[in-house]
Design a binder for this molecule. Sequence first.
Ligand code: GLU
Length: 295
Amino acid sequence: MNTSSYIGRFAPSPSGPLHAGSLVAALASWLDARAHSGTWLVRIEDVDGPRTAPGAEGEILRQLHALGLVPDAPPIRQSERNALYERALQRLRAEDLAYPCGCTRRDIESELAALGQPAQRGAELVYPGTCRNGLNGKPARAWRLRCGNDVRIVWHDRRLGEQQQDVTHAVGDFVLQRADGPWAYQLAVVVDDAEQGITGVVRGEDLADNTARQIHLQRLLGLPTPRYLHTPLLRDARGDKLSKSNGVAALDVSDPLTVLRDAADVLGLSPFRAATLNEWLQHAVQAWRLRWPLA
Ligand code: GLU
């Protein structure tokens, strides 16, 4: 019987098969769960239908399996959990913490320009609050969180140390659901982490910037905050994060030890010899336990 209270998860978006970069997050979350005698779950984050690639979910699970990273329960899919997200949105609406917004990206850009805060190219736009007091006849395009005037979140990352974000000014009233259906990552992840009883979130450092928003939502919804550990990223020769959007190749799992060693190297685990996959995994779990205690 598993007596540990640790529950971790790997939460891939099935926009393509596992690649060398996503394996780093998968391996780290698996190691953390195993090192703390916990449960390891896989959650398929397919809320954004058009970004879901046919067959990717099955391929990701097959690749994980070939590497010995096998979840302790059947994976769940966000696309089947609308009712849970709807309930969370209703709760926020009932407390007037969510409001409909009719702005397009262009509306937001021109409003920001009029306020003397022109948007930086490629940067996330801080919503200026245009629809906070009503839609002014525009059709609703999204539900946004009413963020509050002074939301500062201080949080701890097991690897990066103390982190903080002024959510009000760095992000503003962020989107919870688009009017054409899709739930925002922030809402879905917070609802699912709580509903699955996740105690340890281990994921890539590129997602660290979302954590303050997620903790704010957890507090508004009365949900617990898990422990966080954001891992180093695998970068290409130019220093960019490897991702499906820059065309990275699917992971070839025909030689499991080689790909696992590469991922462990990104995670800073010292190399070690092992004759079999199982032996390698057991050794890696011990090394991880020493390096990342839960204290
Ligand atoms: N689905 C996200 C991704 O693939 C990860 C979300 C998370 O771990 O919180 O980038």
